[in-house]
Design a protein. Structure first.
Length: 262
């Protein structure tokens, strides 16, 4: 199987990313192709860093060169391809799938993607707090409030908080400030990373805090899973839920790399 055949069959293109768990499960149901190359590497060509398989540039499902401006991203992509064993498992290639999506979809739909990120800020998960139990509410305040305050200082606006599921409309001024920050994410690769970080954390606030280097990736992941971790601390976590979370974490790590290095 050639590089083009593989990417056409297993690549993920388009503006939106599918649910990473469902995508991985679907990929695992497909017969996996045998590895058809000996060496994957990142090489600079024509001002971009290409993922090269046995000297030939890999291509996206839309037959665009798998090439990016960031050396760090290209090297991580090449490592992902090199790490494949006898069979090529797309479920273990989250970075490739996301970069394919960036090059084939986000590059042509940037404004729509940015608009969706801003819309997410209008109902951000971090703005909705538990009324009870008290321990959870206190934990949310302890972890989330400093993050929000730090971002608000950068934005020059304040988010409205709500309790429970009652909708709280965000001030237009803060949404305009968010839109300005999102508009500054020019690279389609970085924008795809931003969108996936937002989707996987449920929070534009956390995505922007990462982009602004107010927090690191581990802190953002922990903040996004505060409620879930509270419930795990009480009831424990079953094996299937742990597997789903591990898949999401791999997708998240790939998205963070694109957001911060793309």
């Amino acid at each position: 199987m050639s590089t083009d055949d593989f990417l056409a069959r297993f690549g993920a293109a388009g503006q939106r990313q599918p649910d990473p768990v469902a995508a991985a499960q679907q990929a695992m149901r497909n017969p996996l192709p045998k590895r058809f190359y000996a060496k994957a590497e990142a090489l600079e060509r024509d001002g971009l860093f290409h993922v090269v398989l046995d000297g030939r540039t890999a291509r996206t499902p839309a037959r665009k060169p798998l090439a990016v401006a960031s050396q760090a991203v290209a090297e991580a992509l090449a490592e992902e391809w090199q790490a494949q064993q006898e069979l090529i498992d797309p479920a273990r290639m989250p970075l490739t799938r996301l970069v394919n999506s960036a090059l084939d979809g986000v590059a042509d739909q940037g404004e729509a993607v940015r608009a969706e990120i801003v819309r997410y800020a209008g109902s951000d998960a971090l703005c909705y707090r538990a009324g009870e139990p008290e321990a959870l509410a206190e934990r949310q305040d302890e972890i989330w409030n400093p993050l929000i305050a730090a971002l608000e200082e950068r934005l020059g606006g304040r988010f409205m908080m709500a309790q429970g599921v009652v909708f709280a409309e965000q001030p237009q001024a803060v949404l305009d400030a968010v839109a300005k920050r999102v508009a500054a994410i020019l690279s389609p690769v970085a924008l795809a990373g931003a969108h996936n970080v937002m989707t996987l954390t449920g929070s534009t606030i956390l995505m922007l805090a990462l982009a602004e280097e107010l927090i690191d990736a581990e802190a953002a992941w922990s903040a996004a899973h505060l409620d879930e971790d509270y419930q795990i601390g009480i009831w424990g976590q079953d094996e299937e839920a742990a597997e789903r979370r591990a898949i999401r974490r791999r997708e998240y790590d790939a998205a963070v790399l694109l957001l911060t290095k793309g």
